[in-house]
Design a protein around this ligand. Structure first.
Ligand SMILES: Cc1cc2nc3c(=O)[nH]c(=O)nc-3n(C[C@H](O)[C@H](O)[C@H](O)COP(=O)(O)OP(=O)(O)OC[C@H]3O[C@@H](n4cnc5c(N)ncnc54)[C@H](O)[C@@H]3O)c2cc1C
Length: 398
């Protein structure tokens, strides 16, 4: 209990990402004057992760450009893991062995890259991107590389291929799906995005399974496909998704949902643990907007959830109703924005010109309810789409 702890804080924020950082900012914006401690295990204080595959990888942005402004009176510990959490006693043990007692806590431990445990996985020259340090190492190694192969045709694979192309590398994207992003955005957008990548010289190969990484010595020299073909590579970047980091949560006895996240109610309070909240990539919440459990891995969503959790700690009772939003940039060739998410849909309606790269797609169910909305090149009206998703009312045929 708090009497035995080394120190006591009003609010403990576990994890040093955007969700925790936004919770800290919101607490102060809402006028909270109590003590706030944010504990993260990375080398850097909280930062925006998206530039890792974009401006930062391209060398256009510094690490500090991506740091998130935090109020001075929030204490931040970097390079410090929270080793254990006792939600009943309301205490946490830090890597420093210090025990911290708290009144409220946020668990926002984010996600980890999903690794491909294939033959050759330990060869040098295979990269996964999550933190700026990964981008530093990739950029340095890429100086002497000509051909880079991306495994995975989603955000990480396509953004990295675009960024490395602007650095003069010859890039190939390999993926199981036919076209990039087609699981998220459907055929029309996926074929357009493929065309944009190809028009900048990127080789895009869909419908392929990667079997192994190959190399005679210590360094990777190629990627072997299921049929036996080897695609030559000086470097490989793997972007095959992330998995929620629920290691601490599991150890602490917190409930884990079917989507792999910590199970939370509509206000982001951890089920069965009053005073304990979760937010961001590892939060699986009962979404009142969608009518089912949801877990989302996008930056603005994580920020919005951090804010909701902070308001909950201060006595707020509103559910989290922000419609998940995300963006992606393929170099300066193409910008994508999306609200939803639609898991599957019955029809798509396109407005604007796909050919000109300025269009929007509405994803509808059979009752003409809006499930998702994609805006490419700034086209369309994301706010109207948000409102339609929130209301759940069928929309009239165009
Ligand atoms: C390369 C890359 C590019 C991206 N680009 C986009 C984009 O363009 N658009 C978009 O919308 N989203 C993008 N995302 C996703 C977005 O960055 C994430 O959704 C967001 O960072 C999630 O924030 P978070 O706070 O939940 O988790 P994280 O950012 O993962 O932060 C959690 C932090 O907690 C730390 N931690 C974990 N366990 C402990 C512990 N026990 N003790 C202390 N600290 C701990 C972790 O090390 C980590 O630093 C991108 C992600 C990556 C990896």
């Amino acid at each position: 209990m708090s009497g035995m702890a080394d120190r006591t804080v009003d609010i403990l924020l576990i994890g040093g990402g955007i969700a925790s950082a936004t919770a800290a900012r919101t607490l102060r914006q809402e006028g909270f004057t109590g003590s706030v401690l944010l504990v993260g295990r990375e080398l850097d204080p909280p930062y925006h992760r998206p530039p890792t595959t974009k401006g930062y990888l391209q060398g256009k942005q510094s690490k500090e450009d991506a740091y998130i402004d935090l109020p001075d009176d929030v204490e931040v510990l970097t390079r410090t893991s929270v080793m254990s959490l006792d939600p009943a006693a309301k205490t946490a043990k830090l890597q420093s062995k210090e025990e911290v007692a708290f009144t409220h806590a946020l668990v926002a431990t984010g996600a980890m890259v999903r690794r491909l445990p294939l033959d050759g996985a330990n060869l040098d020259g295979i990269y996964y991107l999550r933190a700026p340090g990964n981008a530093d190492a990739l950029r340095k190694d890429a100086e002497d590389a000509e051909h880079v192969v991306m495994v995975g045709g989603s955000y990480i694979g396509c953004e990295t291929a675009a960024s490395l192309t602007t650095l003069g590398k010859s890039c190939t994207v390999l993926m199981q799906e036919e076209d990039p992003f087609d699981r998220h955005f459907g055929r029309t957008a996926a074929q357009h995005i493929r065309g944009v990548l190809e028009s900048h010289g990127i080789t895009v190969r869909g419908g392929v399974d990667v079997d192994a990484f190959v190399g005679e010595g210590e360094k990777v020299e190629g990627v072997r496909l299921a049929g036996g073909e080897v695609v030559p590579a000086d470097l490989v970047v793997v972007g095959v998704g992330a998995q929620p980091d629920v290691m601490l949560a599991r150890k602490s006895g917190l409930p884990i949902g079917d989507l792999g996240g910590v199970l939370c109610d509509a206000r982001l309070q951890v089920e069965g643990f009053p005073g304990l909240y979760a937010a961001g990539d590892m939060c699986e919440y009962a979404s009142v907007v969608h009518g089912h459990a949801l877990r989302v891995e996008h930056e603005e969503h994580a920020a919005a959830q951090g804010a909701t959790a902070a308001r909950g700690m201060l006595g707020g009772t509103d559910p989290h109703t922000e419609v998940p939003y995300f963006f992606s940039d393929l170099a300066d060739w193409l910008s994508l924005e999306y609200v939803g998410p639609a898991r599957d849909w019955d029809s798509e309606e396109v407005e604007g010109s796909v050919e000109d790269g300025a269009y929007a797609i509405t994803y509808l169910d059979a009752q003409r309810k809006v499930l998702g909305y994609l805006s490419v090149g700034g086209a369309g009206d994301l706010d109207a789409a948000r409102a339609a998703i929130t209301s759940g009312d069928p929309v009239a045929a165009a």
